[in-house]
Write a protein that binds this ligand. Structure first.
Ligand code: SAM
Length: 281
C-alpha cells in the first residue's frame, strides 16, 4: 500500500475539500448531467476514477440510476466516508477500490525531489512504467468517468520532478496518455467515456471569475491559444490524442469536447470541461 509524501499530499488535499460539498454544487450538476446523458439503459454499470470525497457526484442518485457503481481512488478513507451516508439499498450497488494508484509510478515519484532530480535512467524507467501502468482488476463498464483526476496525476509529476525539468513534458504525456487509454480499456463495447478535466485556474486566469457562462467557451479557446493552461490538460489536445493514438484511435469514435464551466473550490476557481467519446462496437 502506497504511503509516500505525494500520496500523503493527495490525502491532505482531500481533507481540505471534504466538508466543502456545497461549493461543488454547480460543478456537480454539470457532471451529473453528463453521466445521465451517458447512461444507456437501467442495467448499465458506471466506474468513477478519482472519486475521492464524491463531492462532484450525487452518489445515491447514481446508485439508483445504475445497476452497479464502482469508485476508484488513492484515498480509501475519502471513499469510505462518502459511502457512510448511503442508505443500505444504494450502498449494496456501490463497490470501492481505495488505495489504487492509477499512475503506476506514485511510489517512484514520491522518492524524487525537484531540487535533487533523479538520473536520466530513472526517468526513462518511470516513463516506461507509466506507459504500461496496470489496469485495476475491477471489471468492464458501460460508462467510465474520470473526474478531475488527470490534473492530479500530472500534479504528482510536478511535485516529483518540477515543471521546469527538461523531461517534465515527456513524463507528463506518458502519464496522461496511459490514463486516456485506461478509460478506453475499462469500457464495454459501445460504452461511454467521460473525461472531466480542469484546464486552468484563477491563479493564472483571474478573469474567468467575472465571465458570463456564455463566453466561457471562447475564453477557453483564447487561453489555450495563449498557452495559459495546465500542462497535459488541453481538452483539444486530448481529443486529438484519442483520434490519433495508434493504441486506441481504432477503438473510439465520436470524440467531442463539451462547453466549459466554472468549478469553485472556495479559495479559487477552475475552468473545467469534458472530453466525451464512445467505445466502438
Ligand atoms: C481533485 S480530486 C477529484 C475530486 C473528487 N472527484 C471529489 O469529488 O472529491 C482528485 C482525486 O484524485 C485522486 N488521485 C490523485 N492521484 C491519484 C492516483 N495516482 N491514482 C488514483 N487516484 C488519485 C485523489 O485522491 C483525489 O481524490
Amino acid at each position: 500500500m502506497e504511503s509516500g509524501r505525494i500520496f500523503q499530499e493527495h490525502l491532505r488535499r482531500n481533507r481540505t475539500t471534504r466538508h466543502r460539498r456545497d461549493t461543488f454544487s454547480h460543478h456537480r450538476a454539470r457532471i451529473m448531467k453528463l453521466l445521465a446523458r451517458a447512461c444507456p439503459e437501467p442495467s448499465a454499470s458506471l466506474c468513477i476514477l478519482g472519486a475521492g470525497n464524491c463531492n462532484d457526484i450525487e452518489l445515491e442518485e447514481l446508485a439508483g440510476n445504475y445497476q452497479r457503481v464502482t469508485l476508484v481512488d488513492l484515498d480509501d478513507h475519502a471513499l469510505s466516508e462518502a459511502l457512510e451516508y448511503l442508505p443500505p439499498a444504494a450502498r449494496a450497488r456501490v463497490r470501492h477500490y481505495g488505495g489504487t494508484d492509477l499512475s503506476g509510478i506514485l511510489s517512484t515519484l514520491s522518492a524524487w525531489l525537484p531540487e535533487k532530480p533523479p538520473p536520466d535512467a530513472a526517468i526513462d524507467a518511470a516513463i516506461r512504467d507509466a506507459s504500461v501502468a496496470p489496469l485495476p482488476e475491477i471489471g468492464r463498464f458501460d460508462v467510465v468517468a474520470s473526474t478531475c483526476l488527470l490534473s492530479q496525476l500530472i500534479d504528482s509529476v510536478i511535485m516529483a520532478l518540477g515543471s521546469r525539468h527538461p523531461r517534465f513534458l515527456e513524463l507528463t504525456l506518458a502519464v496522461r496518455n496511459r490514463h486516456l487509454r485506461q478509460i478506453v480499456e475499462l469500457l464495454n463495447l459501445r460504452g461511454a467515456g467521460v473525461l472531466v478535466t480542469d484546464v486552468v485556474s484563477t491563479d493564472t486566469a483571474p478573469q474567468i471569475t467575472r465571465m458570463d457562462e456564455s463566453v466561457l467557451h471562447q475564453a477557453l479557446v483564447d487561453l489555450i491559444a495563449e498557452c495559459n493552461f495546465f500542462t497535459g490538460g488541453n481538452p483539444f489536445a486530448i481529443q486529438a490524442q484519442y483520434q490519433t493514438d495508434s493504441q486506441v484511435a481504432h477503438l473510439v469514435e465520436r470524440v467531442e469536447v463539451t462547453i466549459p464551466w466554472r468549478w469553485d473550490i472556495g479559495p479559487k476557481q477552475f475552468l473545467v470541461c469534458a472530453v466525451l467519446f464512445r467505445r466502438r462496437p
